[in-house]
Design a protein around this ligand. Sequence first.
Ligand SMILES: NC(=O)c1ccc[n+]([C@@H]2O[C@H](COP(=O)([O-])OP(=O)(O)OC[C@H]3O[C@@H](n4cnc5c(N)ncnc54)[C@H](O)[C@@H]3O)[C@@H](O)[C@H]2O)c1
Length: 353
Amino acid sequence: MSATKVGLIGCGDISGGHCRSYQAAGLDVAALCDLDRARAERRKKEFSFNNADIYTDYKELLARNDIKIVTVATPVAMHAPITIAALRAGKQVACEKPSTLSRAENKAIIAAEEETGNRVMFFSSRMRGGYTPLCRQYIADGKLGDLYRVDVRYWRRRGRPGLDCVVGAHWFLNKKLAGGGVVMDMGQYFMDQVLHLAGWPVITSVAAWTHRGFPSDLPTGVPFDVEEHCTIFARTEPGCLFTFDFAWIANHTPQRCVTLLGSRGGIRMSDDAPFTFFEEPHKWHWMNTTTEWQNKTKEQDVMYGLLAAAARGEDVCVGTTAREALAITELTDMTFLSAERGREVSRKELDTL
Ligand SMILES: NC(=O)c1ccc[n+]([C@@H]2O[C@H](COP(=O)([O-])OP(=O)(O)OC[C@H]3O[C@@H](n4cnc5c(N)ncnc54)[C@H](O)[C@@H]3O)[C@@H](O)[C@H]2O)c1
């Protein structure tokens, strides 16, 4: 059987990772597209994709009937229009995170899926690898009991894309093109991870605060109107409280820690310690660090392997679904609305906008 053909739209910074995953999943790269032809040519040469045709207009790529899977790796503002066009052109779609700029775009993607029968997966599920499957198993086995508290802290020392990393990609700093700053860029990964772990509870209200204020040496006229830091307090219908603290830039040690607390046990997943499960088998607190198991396969490679199987007609679940992406956008929208209004906002208020 010949390999499934894939096309890549957007050949910028992250596209190299997609190219490596195509090779790992045994996909046949038939087309590369970028507004800047030289970027597409560069990936073709770098990965020896000798059969790949180069395009600067994604519509021409989508018109190819032999291409079954399309990756969308453009700035966020183009995710929904390209994804919807790709679904309508008969493709399965792998779209970068964050999924869209608005709930309306997420809903239009869901409608396009329903209309065409084709599927989209988003890469906000990248954090579902590593220790996450182990954590999920602990929850499923009842080792945590009732989950009542989830906390995420992710801080970079200097990591504003467009400025401190992915230098020159100024769209990351522009709300019209990126939708937001650290919440869109990194926060949605963690929202996906912990909502996935908690079984996608309904978020009923959010209180959030955002900050921007570090200096930058951007050329005059380049917009920079997104947040560098955001703190979120989110209540859910089952009563579990989620807090998130995201920073692109901070005068502090970098941090990355996810904590889950339940009535019977607690879990800590962080960069500076192994997976840790806290339980109380006797009368006092007991810490058990005996298990270091983790899934070491890169989540993105896993996702493309599954996507290739889906394109062959196998019934597999891959990445963040269109409905899960909508739930993440809703939490993001409540976050920005609360920060703007300076008070807690309810889910119902979103519908009145
Ligand atoms: N850079 C990272 O580390 C990283 C990591 C994970 C996810 N992402 C996500 O991947 C996406 C792309 O990010 P990036 O860092 O590669 O950005 P980038 O600016 O380096 O690359 C984006 C590319 O898209 C091209 N493009 C824009 N509009 C296009 C269109 N209509 N048709 C074809 N090509 C078009 C641009 O010319 C550019 O080459 C974003 O959604 C981002 O959030 C980036």
